[in-house]
Design a protein around this ligand. Structure first.
Ligand code: ADE
Length: 231
């Protein structure tokens, strides 16, 4: 099959390349990669150790942990940039950090319209902020909690983006149906059997009345959405 859009390329800058194996190789995301819709390159920060053979150092001002050095990260970043042909402008350059803007579906949609991503994963207690500032990286967080590094956040971000690319979902109508398209969380779903552990499938879904079902689903998602906002 031929795809009109250019391959969506992602370069992940990390000290744990193996974190990107597994989830991104399976299911719809994995088969989209096999079909050539997107691809992932890894830039291993450990390949860019400096003269003192390190990638990190103690924080100025004291405190626990080690900070990834700006120059080491810059060399890795420059290498990642050099893998992108033509204009790099259409690539989004992202730093995954708990200090970033909280990811939501609007941001995911916007990123899926770019040509590709450079995704920098932080580690340890942090990275030298000057690296982020110098390169004007867009700081993104996947939630208000602290992970041990940016890798799980990067995999989450990549998954959310790739499924929105053209020809990735087997059934494009599931994207249309999808709650977040109109800012609603998806309605509740059921399948056989009709009764399970004494719990029944809502009657309306068995009615065969498509209008009623559609209305029920809409009401259901509006109600859920409201409850979620109030949480
Ligand atoms: N790195 C550590 N915690 C993170 C988070 N919540 N989001 C993105 N990157 C992170």
């Amino acid at each position: 099959m031929k795809y009109s859009k250019k391959k969506f390329l992602i370069n992940a800058i990390t000290i744990f390349p193996q974190a990107f194996e597994g989830l991104l190789d399976i299911s719809i995301i994995g088969s989209a990669r096999k079909k050539g819709i997107w691809d992932l390159q890894i830039t291993d920060i450990k390949d860019f150790v400096d003269k003192s053979n390190t990638i990190d150092d103690k924080p100025y001002g004291g405190g626990p942990g080690m900070i990834l050095k700006a120059e080491v990260l810059q060399n890795a970043y420059n290498q990642a940039l050099s893998t992108i042909e033509e204009s790099t402008k259409k690539y989004q350059k992202i730093m995954l950090t708990p200090r970033g803007k909280r990811l939501n579906q609007d941001i995911v949609k916007e990123l899926s319209k770019s040509e590709g991503l450079i995704v920098v994963c932080g580690r340890y207690e942090g990275v030298d902020q000057r690296f982020i500032d110098y390169n004007e990286l867009r700081e993104i967080s996947v939630g208000d909690y602290v992970l041990s590094g940016g890798e799980p956040a990067a995999v989450t971000l990549i998954d959310a983006i790739i499924r929105l690319l053209p020809n990735v979902l087997g059934n494009p109508s599931s994207l249309l149906e999808e709650s977040f398209n109109n800012d609603l969380i998806e309605y509740l779903q059921y399948t056989k059997p009709r009764v399970w552990k004494n719990l029944k499938v809502p009657e309306v879904l068995l009615s065969g009345d498509h209008k009623k079902i559609k209305d029920w689903r809409l009401e259901n998602s509006i109600a859920f959405n409201k409850k979620k906002k109030d949480r």
